[in-house]
Design a protein around this ligand. Structure first.
Ligand code: GLY
Length: 387
């Protein structure tokens, strides 16, 4: 078992910038309502900068003109890919590489990823590899990308055999987050992002959890003030973890994967079809909690995971509309226990064929465990499949 029992200091609302401290590769995450029209100045780009904006059709339809206006005076070319996970593919990556070449971009170019997690990962990997790596700026437009995937430098594409199987660490030069763009995010995507927010709070930040409980109504109404607070809090947690375990080798960054062992198995069983990543994470957070509750009798580390604490966490998930949104029964009926168990063992995060779980030890704290009795996992899965 790797023990990285940790507690991340709570976030505050002072200012709108969080710094990811990585020495010479440190970068700011700027978070402010109304930031998108100002990114040209905020990025401090050289006047001769050549910029490739990568986006998807949906996001480009709403925000591309606004971004281009903000970048007036620079040489900007746009590359728009179809929306959806299927674009995180080898053919789309090759199209970007060739597109950059055709437009005569070189090592001095800047790639701007304008979109959700798919765009950030694909454009990020193109930036990581084109000419052995060029400058990248992330402008996330989904809640999930704002709180998680745009920060920390993980970039990837998918293979037929699974998600994110080919990728690179490539830290952005800056991340610009304008929470007001969430107003046009489809409600289902917004709720999926809230699943990742609950993940941070439950696993790493008790104060954030309490804030979510108190302000669930404002969050349900997409209030920009609470969203700015919440996104800042999540980025602050993530930036501290990335600064200490950039390459995900110490087991600390793994804490960001709370709920993800179950979540990835559900996404695989679902063939990445109808379940959004954040929705799978919500199911995974619930099931990791249930697994820790089962282990309470056997392992003193989980003594605090009482039925009362489990109910409290489920109540927050419910109050944010995540359970109703999911209709988990719809998915689980088609899943199969053996497949899910096998999928967890094959996960990138497994060690020597044993699934690795991030489990809660108390509210806002968690630990990585790789020695869980498969029978306990099966019991949790049986409960999920019985729904
Ligand atoms: N999303 C988990 C990580 O960035 O490490």
């Amino acid at each position: 078992m790797i023990s990285h029992h940790t507690s991340i200091p709570p976030a505050s609302t002072d200012g709108d910038a969080v710094t990811v401290r990585l020495g010479r590769r440190s970068y700011p995450i700027r978070i402010a309502p109304g930031l998108l029209p100002r990114v040209g100045q905020a990025a401090g780009l050289d006047p001769t900068s050549k910029i490739a904006v990568v986006s998807d059709k949906n996001v480009a339809g709403i925000y591309l003109d606004r971004l281009k206006k903000a970048l007036r005076g620079f040489r900007v070319e746009t590359f728009v890919v179809p929306p959806g996970e299927k674009s995180k593919s080898i053919p789309r990556l090759v199209e970007l590489w060739n597109g950059f070449l055709t437009k005569r971009f070189g090592r001095d170019m800047t790639v701007i990823a304008l979109g959700g997690g798919m765009v950030g990962d694909l454009a990020g990997f193109a930036a990581a590899t084109f000419m052995r790596g060029v400058r990248l700026i992330q402008i996330p437009t989904t809640l999930l990308a704002m709180v998680d995937s745009s920060v920390g430098g993980k970039t990837a594409i998918d293979l037929d055999g699974g998600k994110n199987l080919v990728g690179a660490f490539h830290q952005p030069a800056a991340v610009f987050i304008d929470p007001t763009v969430l107003a046009t995010l489809p409600p289902r995507q917004y709720r999926a992002g809230l699943g990742e927010v609950v993940k941070y709070a439950a696993a790493l930040d008790k104060n954030l959890f309490i804030r979510l409980e108190r302000r669930s109504e404002a969050l349900n109404g997409c209030d920009p003030e609470i969203l700015t607070y919440v996104i800042t809090a999540c980025c602050r947690i993530k930036s501290r973890i990335v600064a200490r375990d950039e390459l995900d080798t110490l087991g600390l960054r793994a804490l960001l994967n709370y709920g993800h062992t179950f979540a990835h198995a559900y996404e695989t069983a679902d063939d990445f079809d109808s379940l959004l990543h954040g929705e799978a994470v919500t199911l995974g957070v619930i099931d990791a909690l249930r697994l820790a509750e089962r282990l309470r009798e056997k392992d003193p580390r989980f003594a605090a995971i009482t039925p009362k604490l489990v109910d409290r966490q489920l109540a927050l998930i419910r109050s944010l509309g995540l359970i109703e949104q999911l209709g988990p029964e719809r998915h689980a009926g088609r899943w199969n226990l053996r497949f899910l168990m096998g999928s967890m063992r094959r996960d990138k995060k497994s060690v020597a064929g044993r699934a690795r779980f991030v489990l809660p030890t108390e509210l806002g704290k968690s630990t990585v465990v790789s020695q869980v009795d498969p029978e306990d996992v099966r019991q949790v899965l049986r409960r999920r499949l019985a729904r």
